[in-house]
Ligand binder design. Structure first.
Ligand SMILES: *Cc1c(COP(=O)(O)O)cnc(C)c1O
Length: 440
């Protein structure tokens, strides 16, 4: 265990740890949660969520910084409510996410709304709710927001997302800041675009935005993008009276503790130790402070990633001439990151029932896809039918990317705080799955 769960700041407590041979979420034994709520089960730790949120706000105290949690990482109402009460703002990418923030008790006035394909309905809803700013990703969208605002006789607060053309050095499916990506508007075109947008009567140019990618574990890409952006942002601030600079999210976490300890080499140029809020602030603050603007950051994974685990039960063990398959009751529909991004999740047995030898294991789910594999040939303690295992660092892009593929109900979610357990979302029933369908 150890560093994998510290995730960033060394000041953040271990929320998932072994006590007397049993994995605990804060003060609660995970096997107890599994018997009470069934498996597969997402378990979140409130202390870890808040620890990361506070670690970041604390590290950025030297600038007028707002942490806008990226809702898409984990949008459970209990998670959003916890962060809202701690003072978090929110980064949303759909009308649905705005609805969730409001339902959870968050303020629309503290939401920024990004995304390349906002619909008229979503723009209208966001205007009616009074969001802080739209982050427009094309000129066509800016003109459309202006029209929707005109019909309502209001001015829409906007920022434009700048694509700084900096490679974040992350997985190709989560790189967003190069000209190969659909996101934002090319750096060279921004100033003229703001000039044209300033003439649209129902827009209020409020800020400027960038977000270069996700799971960035070194400060280099952030620094490179900011060095390029700051002179532009300074000119835009002077010409158009902008109030904020949103520098995006993308702060990475360590999924594999072997990498964090430097036992194995990873790929070139990547940091092997966790990115801490202090590392990030040290790189970012000197570059943005001279602007004297309100700074927004939009971390999703960094706040929620290590604040959650997915618990599963072993159904069968199937040994073949070549392989040792452990078939569990969680699958790619519950946690798609390994199948989608070739992502690594640390897997630990929930109970340490006596000494067991370690064996090369493929942990797989029941879904009818060859891609439904959580790990291949990984050395794990020998697992048996009925054992519980936990996939660590599953709090971000876990449940929010879950689907009902193979007509599998999505897992329950629980939020633990000290000894307290909240059923944050009950397990879906089969009836839930067919609600809204018609028979022909
Ligand atoms: C997804 C997203 C984020 C959050 O990314 P993380 O890697 O989870 O920090 C922030 N901003 C925007 C615009 C996004 O689309």
């Amino acid at each position: 265990m150890g560093t994998a769960l510290i995730s960033g700041s060394l000041k953040v407590m271990h929320a998932f740890d072994f006590k007397k041979g049993k994995l605990h979420a804060e003060e609660v034994a995970v096997d107890r949660l599994a018997s009470e709520f069934g498996t597969p089960l997402y378990v979140y730790s409130e202390a870890t969520l808040l620890g990361h949120y506070r670690g970041l706000t604390g590290a950025l105290a030297e600038v007028d910084a707002t942490v806008a949690y990226a809702v898409k990482a984990n949008s459970n109402l209990a998670v959003l409510g916890t962060l809202a009460r701690a003072g978090s703002a929110f980064d949303i990418v759909s009308g649905g996410e705005l609805f969730r923030v409001v339902q959870a008790g968050g303020e629309a006035a503290r939401c920024t709304f990004a995304g390349v394909g906002k619909t008229e309905e979503e723009i209208g809803f966001a205007l009616d709710q009074g969001i802080y700013a739209f982050v427009a990703e094309s000129e066509a969208e800016l003109r459309f927001i202006d029209q929707v605002a005109a019909r309502r006789k209001v001015r829409a607060p906007v920022a434009v997302r700048v694509n700084p053309d900096v490679d974040a050095g992350t997985h190709h499916k989560i790189t967003t800041g190069t000209y190969e990506n659909k996101f934002g508007i090319a750096f060279e075109e921004i100033e003229e675009l703001y000039g044209r947008a300033a003439k649209l009567k129902h827009l209020r140019l409020r800020g400027v935005h960038m977000h270069i990618g996700s799971q960035i574990t070194a400060v280099g890409p952030f620094r490179a993008a900011l060095k390029k952006m700051v002179p532009l942002v300074s000119r835009l601030r002077d010409r158009f009276g902008l109030e904020f600079f949103d520098i995006g999210g993308g702060l990475g976490i360590v999924y594999d503790p072997a990498l964090a300890s430097g036992k194995e080499s990873w790929w070139e140029g990547r940091s092997r130790r966790p990115l801490t809020p202090e590392d990030y602030a040290k790189a970012v603050v000197p570059l943005v402070r001279p602007l004297g603007m309100k700074i927004l950051i939009e971390p999703g994974r960094f706040i929620a990633g290590n604040a959650g685990i997915l618990v599963a039960r072993v159904l069968y063990v199937k040994k073949t001439a070549r392989k040792n398959f452990v078939i569990v009751d969680a699958a790619m529909n519950d946690l798609i990151r390994p199948a989608f991004y070739e992502a690594y999740h640390e897997i630990v047995p929930v109970g340490r029932a006596g000494p067991r030898r370690t064996v090369k294991t493929d942990v797989v789910g029941p879904v009818c896809e060859s891609g439904d594999v959580f790990c291949k040939d990984r050395l794990l303690p020998e697992l048996r039918t009925g054992d519980l295992i936990a996939f660590l660092s599953a709090g971000a892009y876990g449940f929010t990317m879950a689907s009902n593929y193979n007509t599998r109900p999505r897992p329950a979610e629980v939020l633990v705080s000290g000894k307290k357990v909240l059923l944050a979302r009950r397990r879906e029933s089969l009836q839930d799955l067919v609600r809204g369908e018609a028979t022909a």
